[in-house]
Design a protein around this ligand. Structure first.
Ligand code: ADP
Ligand code: MG
Length: 713
């Protein structure tokens, strides 16, 4: 059996089903047999019909006495009724809207039924039970598929039921069990894992919950092991690549730090030093800088970019939104121009450079190509075709968690394409999302982590309040008073559920539809309505601004500029404000429909205020208090909130696997630190003796397959 054959080659699967399977991410035979159940239903115990109890789930076996089908035209419904008898009594079974069952069952058919006994107007019946003909099952315990055993329940999608998956997968397992174990024997023996042949049977059709758990553990290990093997090998390769070392110029850095209007926190100094040290080596640095919202990551990035520029190399700073690109362009220009550094910005609609002001896209590209632009800031326009650097030496990815897998993969590829043997640029990623160590180890391999674990001094705690409908008028009065004393406010419009038919993307476990969030018609409508309401009814005397994705780039910039300059009192916005925006005079963050947002996002919103000297406030408008909103009252730090989030939603939801491109089982296993460490040790052991995996062709094939789908950067 070849696991790489595409499902198109299965004649048992109709093309309609093939499409549905593809929606589940199942493309090959391997994907299909690695599509594991999420749980099992225990129908292993058989009950006598006479012992059935109303409201209880049970499994019976007996002979069909009679079958009839009733159509209820008015309700467009069919009911198939069957009377089943065993040695102790008889019972009725009823299936709704499955008319074909009338011809499946005949008088005299032996069946096994599993389901709940219901009672309606005195009549007792098994309601929509799972069924199986005993002839099909063959009679032996092992031969049951849908009843009479631990029955697998699969993660389903529209049109692919567990019953169908059981029907397709079960016959494949005998063959599958015979293929060579994907794990090396040494590894299997060292950790005493179940063999592949046994595990593939036990995970789909287990003999007991214990066997299922052992099989699951083995596959979790297997998936983690291959991820580790892939990332570690990638890392070893990267270490062999050459990068242009950026010498540590202490005088320059000191001068820059002294030029700042504030003194750096110890955490900023420490992390900046770590990055500078990395970049001083002739191998590509790969560092993730983690720091809570407002902890001052931008300055650290500037230090790295300054060092690169002064050593003759270029830096690309990639950010998720155009607004953030503009903000960075301004702040980089303000602080680095005195050092004679040329800064450029390249977005879909805005192109500019320090010494030239606004320029055409072509001119901007020329400046980058000639090396005149030393630091280029932009959205993902930076990694598109046609952008060519003279000597790119450093890539900075801000708000890294906001980039999709594809964008990160493209970036990784760009870094690796060795044109004329050019050195690979150093990489600094920045994020406010706390990533647990096991995830960092797994997904990032040996990526180096730096943590800004300290806020700039003088920050005041942001007062957070839940505003229920009855408190709304009071909250408006409060906002009016604060603005009267010179502060500014943001009002965020509620997250709009994605328009129908648009795929949702899971990031940080938040269902996130970039279109609905930012430029979707609904979100824009909500902003416009809120703008009308606030400017006409609630605060007619105040200056209200508006920001949403359907505005032109220049209009967006104008809205931001006015806010920055203090010419807008209240800026009504979609959640685009969430990432990175820095307006120190804003003291109020009001979030409409706040119960609809995830904790990470709420925390990001709140981080937009509390940056100046004055007391700041976060007002969570909601119809009712929720656990998440209460957590916002209780915790200030992103790390505490992330922990709470884990507790409320669980790891699967929080670290949505789509974001990382890792298999579900591996994601779910990240909580198991020991298993992660074991898989890491095993992978290291193999690579130590066989760095190219030339003696392990099977392993090599498998990780090539894996790397092609997941991003490893
Ligand atoms: P984030 O880590 O969320 O990206 P920023 O880099 O945008 O945070 O910094 C937030 C604000 O804090 C900015 O206005 C920045 O100028 C200011 N800031 C950064 N470092 C310090 C510091 N050491 N002392 C005071 N303010 C600082
Ligand atoms: Mg930032």
């Amino acid at each position: 059996m070849n696991l790489e054959i595409p499902i198109e080659n299965f004649t048992r699967i109709s093309s309609a089903y093939q499409t549905r399977l593809k929606n589940l991410g199942i493309l090959t035979m391997r994907d299909l047999i690695y599509h594991f159940p999420s749980r099992y239903q225990d129908f292993s115990a058989r009950t006598n019909i006479a012992d059935l109890e109303v409201g209880k789930t049970a499994c019976i076996q007996g002979e069909i006495q009679s079958v009839k089908m009733v159509r209820i035209w008015k309700r467009h419904m069919t009911i198939v009724d069957a009377i089943v008898k065993d040695g102790t009594g008889q019972v009725k079974a009823a299936w709704f809207n499955q008319p074909y069952l009338a011809s499946t069952f005949k008088k005299g058919t032996m069946v096994c039924l599993a389901g709940k006994l219901a009672e309606k107007r005195g009549a007792k019946y098994l309601s929509n039970p799972m069924y199986e003909k005993v002839r099909d099952a063959g009679g032996g315990e092992d031969d049951y598929t849908h009843t009479g055993r631990l029955v697998p329940v699969y993660p389903e999608t529209a049109g692919v039921t567990s019953r169908w998956l059981r029907y397709i997968i079960k016959p494949l397992l005998g063959q599958a069990a015979k293929i060579a174990d994907p794990l090396p024997r040494t590894v299997l023996e060292a950790y005493d894992f179940m063999s592949f042949g046994e595990a593939i049977k036990q995970i789909h059709f287990p003999d007991s919950e214990e066997e299922a758990a052992m099989a699951r553990k083995r596959f979790a290990f297997e998936e983690l092991f291959f991820i580790q093997l892939a990332v570690l090998r990638q890392r070893m390769r990267l270490n062999r690549e050459t990068a242009r070392a950026i010498p540590f110029d202490e005088k320059l850095i000191k001068k820059f730090v002294q030029s700042l209007p504030f003194s750096l926190t110890d955490a900023q100094r420490k992390t900046a030093w770590q990055i500078l040290k990395d970049m001083g080596k002739p191998h590509p640095a790969n560092r993730l800088l983690q720091g809570d919202v407002g902890s001052g990551k931008t300055i650290v990035a500037m230090i790295a970019a300054l060092a690169a520029a002064k050593s003759g190399g270029q830096t690309a700073v990639m950010v998720p939104t155009e607004i953030l690109a503009n903000q960075h362009y301004e702040s980089f220009s303000k602080l680095l121009s005195p050092f004679g550094v040329e800064i450029g910005i390249l977005c879909a609609k805005t192109c500019a450079a320090s010494s030239y002001g606004k320029v055409s896209k072509k001119a901007a590209l020329d400046l980058v190509k000639s090396g005149d632009t030393q630091i280029l800031i932009g959205t993902n326009a930076l990694i598109q075709k046609g952008v060519e650097f003279k000597n790119l030496n450093l890539v900075i990815l801000d708000e890294q968690h906001r980039f999709g897998i594809d964008q990160r993969a493209t970036l990784a590829k760009n870094r690796q394409t060795k044109k004329e043997n050019r050195p690979v640029p150093h990489l600094l990623s920045m994020t406010a999302t706390p990533i647990p160590r096991t995830l960092a180890l797994t997904v990032y391999g040996d990526l180096d982590l730096s943590l800004i674990d300290q806020m700039p001094s003088g920050r005041k705690k942001i007062e957070t309040k839940i505003i229920l409908p009855d408190d709304r008028a009071g909250a408006y009065e409060f906002i009016r008073r604060e603005i009267g004393s010179g502060q500014q406010a943001f009002v965020i419009c509620p997250r709009i559920d994605p328009e129908e038919g648009q795929p949702e993307i899971k990031r940080d476990g938040i269902l996130f539809d970039p279109k609905a969030d930012w430029s979707g018609a609904n979100a824009v409508k909500a902003v416009k309505e809120e703008y009308e309401k606030l400017s006409k009814e609630i605060f007619p005397e105040l200056r209200i601004g508006m920001l949403h994705g359907k505005m032109k780039a220049a209009e967006k910039q104008e809205a931001m500029d006015k806010m920055k300059a203090g010419k807008t009192d209240i800026l009504v916005s979609t959640s685009v404000i969430e990432v990175g925006i820095d307006i120190p005079n804003a003291a109020i963050m009001a979030i409409e429909g706040s119960h609809k947002f995830g904790l990470a996002q709420l925390h990001q919103f709140r981080g937009r205020v509390g940056r100046g000297e004055h007391q700041s406030y976060c007002l969570l408008f909601s119809d009712y208090p929720t656990r998440r909103l209460n957590a916002m009252l209780k915790f200030d730090s992103g790390f505490q909130l992330a922990e709470k989030d884990l507790e409320i939603r669980g790891p699967g939801e929080v670290f949505g696997s789509q974001q990382w491109g890792a298999p579900d089982l591996a994601m779910a296993s990240l909580a198991d630190v020991f298993l992660v460490e074991k898989s890491r040790a095993a992978a290291k052991g193999i690579l130590q003796n066989d760095p190219d995996l030339s003696r392990h062709p099977q392993l090599r094939a498998r990780i090539t397959h894996f790397s092609a789908r997941a991003h490893l950067e």
